[in-house]
Write a protein that binds this ligand. Sequence first.
Ligand SMILES: Cc1ncc(COP(=O)(O)O)c(C=O)c1O
Length: 384
Amino acid sequence: MSAVSARVGAAIRGEFPIFEHKTYLNSCSQGALSHRVRAAYEEYLAGWDENGAEWEFWVERSEAARAGFAELIHGDADEVAVTTSVSQGVNGIVSALPFERGGRNRIVISEYEFPTVGQIAHAQELRGAEVVHVRPDADGSIPAERFAEAIDERTALVCCTTISYRTGHRHDVSAIAEVAHANGALVLADSYQAAGAIEVDVRTLGADFVTGGTVKYLLASSGLAFLYVREPLVDALLPTQTGWFADEDIFEMQIATYRPHGTARRFDAGTPPVPNIYAGLAGMGIVEQAGVGAIAEHVRGLNERLLAGLDELGATVVTPRSSYGALVCILSTDATAFVAALEEEHVVTSSRDRNLRISMHLYNVEEDVDRLLETLARHRHLLA
Ligand SMILES: Cc1ncc(COP(=O)(O)O)c(C=O)c1O
């Protein structure tokens, strides 16, 4: 075992007290709480108590989060906005696009976008946008060709989530981006279900905008997210959803003009979410020390064991085996009842649509897979 992979599985599990009483397989909803993240919150409170407003230090922490996100996605800190949610980042982007009726006013979205992306896209109809949905083929996949059919010279923005939160399908973002760019459109890849679970590399992904947050595989809590904006685009994008932390010089406190920062910081907005930044830095630190490559390899091994067991049980696996991340979904006759039945046995999963969602992370081990499979077998009547 290499030094890097020594930071996954049994070696790191003790950091996460939930495993003392639960088999936790729900990282696609929320990463497990670690001692380190709890201590980071305590550190924030202690500093506040001790020194009152630690503004300069807090702004420094925010810059550390920006640098952390940049490193995670292999971008530059000047290409990263620190936001409080994916919604904030997506709103910032669309607020910078004109959507003139009769002009380049279409937003193409995959059927696998998170609700926030679909809802924000449709809200732009009030500003002249038209939204085009790209639906899956019969096998559940949405190949790049389906996007190609929907994209043309009227397309302003294409939204293709990296991994579907509903099914675990992965989009071929770079192939979709190639078509979009050939038609002069921009591409947004919501990578919340990927960041920290698999490599997200903005140098090869092809997307112009990438967003995600700390709640899931970055092991922290809500209220902290990021938006990557490809550097050559920054100058031309003027977000009308903005705030004083997006100004060229926040310390000048000016109210005379809109003067967006020269970098992706122009997509920041109000006061940074300081407590969440403490937590986010601690959570991201755990991921960084383990290494996203090692985490992805570890989870792939566990998922292979899971898939073999699911086949033996006769389960219908919705997530394609040719291309998946951490999330594996299986079809159920009653996914809500399935989650509840497993919860009774202290196995934590979640559901979307008719699917039971199982998602593992660096802290899971083979015993978790075996425990899940035994429990699924006891409730096999809920498998579709
Ligand atoms: C793919 C995806 N996008 C976005 C979100 C959340 O967006 P926001 O940060 O705006 O709440 C989630 C999960 O909560 C998600 O799974």
